[in-house]
Ligand binder design. Sequence first.
Ligand SMILES: [Zn+2]
Length: 266
Amino acid sequence: MKPNSLILLLVLSLIPAMAQASALLFKSEKKEEITFVSQMIYRGGALTAKNARDSTLEMTSLWNESRGSVRYRGRLYKAKFIFSYVMDPYQRYVDSGSCAENHVKIENPVKEGDRSFYRLAGRFGTFFTTDDLGRSTTTAHEYGHGLGLDHDDYDQVTTAVPGIMFARGTLVRPEYQWNPFAVAGAPGGSIKPHHRRVRVIDLLKLNLESVNFAGGVGCLGEGIAKTVALANVVKPVPVKPSSQTLHENFYSPDVNEERESEAYDH
Ligand SMILES: [Zn+2]
């Protein structure tokens, strides 16, 4: 074997360790249900007990809200999402390589326009405090990227409820804009992310076809199907209807309005 192919082989063998997954899946044929288990491990200079809990609560509430189903090899399974979290400011948490483990840094932005992000179909991300963590649906949106979902790219203006994978800057119906009176595309005339929801159709977009279940346990992606001891499991709470968020902010334009509408991603 040439040295070059040896290096290539080494690099390729490292890819599974990079863990392309963000949920450990448990499939029950009897209950016709697939449970997604994710343990969030939070670090970063802006980490607080509140933003760690709020972020996790937002993800679990939104992803469980529709009570919809996922598709797997021609069958529908009820989808259930369990989230737990660990605060690890000193980076002492030892990564087991399990696809349940998601590593997220919570930071203050370094520069204007910094936006939260997540590796697509991965389990590493950064949440910025300026994204109104726990209220703006940003954390649930980023987690969606971790599950392999990209931004929606079909006609979004006529959609009844904005989907969780709508990017910031997306043009939507006036009632879902930062400012309902703004002209579409003008400052304030794009989606206020707080209105996004995980809809039944969003769950159906999850692609589980590559998952191999052994004894009912599988990984979304290429992570290691290994169970982890969950700490701080968060129970979902009912999500505030989108219209209420609208009225709450109807006459008080957000100070970040202009900057938000200009940012494209997340
Ligand atoms: Zn995004």
